[in-house]
Ligand binder design. Structure first.
Ligand code: TYD
Length: 134
């Protein structure tokens, strides 16, 4: 499985501007149970630093840009999200960190499950243990 999985999102553009629609199980490989967005991130702040046991997510920079680092315990790769017509799939058991948010950055996240703190792995060495035993 590729570390950085980018999915193109179809832009519907006309003289009035642009729109993007995302449908369950069609444009993305899961059913959406939750939507949240991250914005107003102060300069120099980083977020994430966790993995999930079951959750799959799609992150889209609907405005501005930020850098995502994904780490599967063996490899680490980074990608700059800066296009509203491109989504990053973040699978379960994938450590993620987010850096370098632009002032105007809005990251939309579509998630396959409701919020559940017990699905988080917030300690990197616990993450490495979890993937070596999975
Ligand atoms: P967290 O996922 O740790 O943020 P990030 O990875 O972007 O740094 O979430 C931050 C806080 O918000 C944490 O206390 C949990 C809470 N939260 C919810 O209540 N519901 C949600 O859907 C999410 C994503 C977070």
């Amino acid at each position: 499985m590729k570390l950085i999985e980018l999915v193109p999102l179809k832009k519907i553009s006309d003289l009035r501007g642009s729109m993007i629609a995302i449908e369950n199980n069609k444009d993305i490989p899961f059913e959406i149970k939750r939507v949240y967005y991250i914005y107003d991130t102060p300069k120099g702040v980083s977020r994430g630093f966790h993995a999930h046991i079951n959750l799959i997510q799609l992150a889209v920079a609907v405005k501005g840009q930020c850098t995502f680092i994904l780490d599967n315990g063996k490899e680490r790769a980074s990608v700059v999200l800066e296009r509203p017509d491109q989504g990053l799939i973040i699978r379960s058991h994938m450590w993620r960190e987010m850096y370098d948010f632009s002032d105007d950055c809005v990251i939309l996240v579509l998630a396959s499950e409701h919020y559940d703190e017990s699905d988080y792995i917030r300690d990197y060495s616990c993450f490495l243990d979890a993937i070596s035993s999975s």
